[in-house]
Design a protein around this ligand. Structure first.
Ligand SMILES: *Cc1c(COP(=O)(O)O)cnc(C)c1O
Length: 341
């Protein structure tokens, strides 16, 4: 009946689960959408998504609680971000209700694949919005597919909560100052494949990008946002129009302030002032919190707390966040959406 999976050792890889959701936008409106067992999309060879990158995606997770229930973490925020991305690329917006109902339907249909509580695994949902149809001219598509598939995942950066080292990308940017950096689009990822691969070959977890206008301030990690903790208990995360606004980051900003009593701020993080941080990390849905051991810049490795140990504030933030996500700690109002199975 079900795939046999090693729940304790899931990586971040595609699994063709039984069900996914698909909905079509045509003649100015969305159809009702439905679950389907087909994992292959049939689209016109001229689809704008394929030629001009008119596509967007999202990423969120379903969590199994101690009681065996299943819940989503802030799916309304993913819906809103997909709407903002759609606006930037002149795509059809997916309404928030439709987005959340589709997430719930996919989780419910694949509930056997939500990893058991205590394994650290989750069911990752990948919503995708693509411009399709016959239209090779450079203009927005008139038809769209909104689909969501799911796959069970473990932690994204191998090594879990152990710190890893990152390297500053000195030759490449992922986005331009007022380009599509804040939109969750595949094009930003295409641009980051080469620097990411070089970093991995050199033994680093991933790349840290600097602000594309001046190359003096930290922007973000390839697929996660950056935060640093100062000696006087400030949680600082970069503010910039070309950073992807991470829902995990905004959740941590709030938790740092309200639950851990830190001063939480968004502001400039100059690359030549790393000394002010006693801890640093990368955060995102896939990464959760990945402690940063050190950052290599201009050939020199700057170590924060330790290359091998997680700092106490990073650990406390991690415990608070996953405690909320897995239902062990009370969540701020509206953060948890149960999936009735
Ligand atoms: C999705 C994404 C993140 C993380 O955002 P979350 O909402 O926390 O998952 C960070 N950076 C980039 C470039 C992303 O695409």
């Amino acid at each position: 009946m079900t795939l046999t999976l090693d729940w304790e050792n899931l990586g971040f890889s595609y699994h063709n689960l039984p069900f996914r959701y698909i909905s079509y936008f045509k003649d100015g409106k969305w159809d009702d959408g439905k679950l389907t067992e087909t994992s292959v999309l049939a689209i016109s060879e001229s689809s704008p998504a394929l030629h001009y990158g008119q596509q967007a995606f999202e990423g969120l997770k379903a969590y199994r609680t101690k009681e065996g229930k299943i819940q989503l973490f802030r799916p309304d925020k993913n819906a809103e971000r997909l709407q903002k991305t759609a606006d930037r690329l002149l795509m059809a917006q997916v309404p928030t209700d439709k987005f959340i109902e589709a997430c719930k339907a996919v989780v419910k249909a694949n509930q056997d694949y939500v990893p058991p509580y205590g394994t650290g695994g989750t069911l990752y949902l990948r919503p995708l919005l693509i411009g399709i149809g016959d239209g090779i001219g450079i203009r927005p598509a008139e038809e769209y597919i909104f689909t969501i598939f799911a796959m069970p995942v473990g932690s994204y950066f191998k090594g879990g909560l152990a710190p890893t080292n990152f390297v500053v990308s000195e030759d490449f940017d992922r986005a331009s100052p007022y380009g599509t950096g804040a939109a969750k689009v595949g094009g930003n990822y295409a641009a980051s494949l080469l620097p990411g691969m070089k970093a991995k070959k050199a033994g680093f977890s991933d790349v840290i990008y600097l602000d594309p206008a001046t190359h003096t301030k930290i922007e973000e990690v390839g697929a996660a946002n950056f935060f640093g903790i100062t000696a006087d208990n400030e949680f600082i995360t970069p503010l910039s129009p070309s950073i992807l606004p991470s829902i995990t980051k905004y959740s941590l900003l709030e938790l740092a302030q309200t639950r851990l009593g830190l001063k939480a701020v968004e502001g400039d993080v100059p690359i030549d002032q790393l000394d002010r941080f006693v801890e640093a990390g990368a955060c995102g849905t896939a990464a959760v919190i990945s402690p940063i051991g050190g950052i290599q810049y201009k050939g020199k490795l700057h170590v924060f707390y330790s290359e091998t140990e997680v700092g106490p504030v990073t650990r406390a933030l991690y415990d608070e966040l996953i405690g909320i996500q897995f239902g062990d700690i009370e969540a701020p109002d509206g953060w948890i959406v149960p999936v009735d199975c």
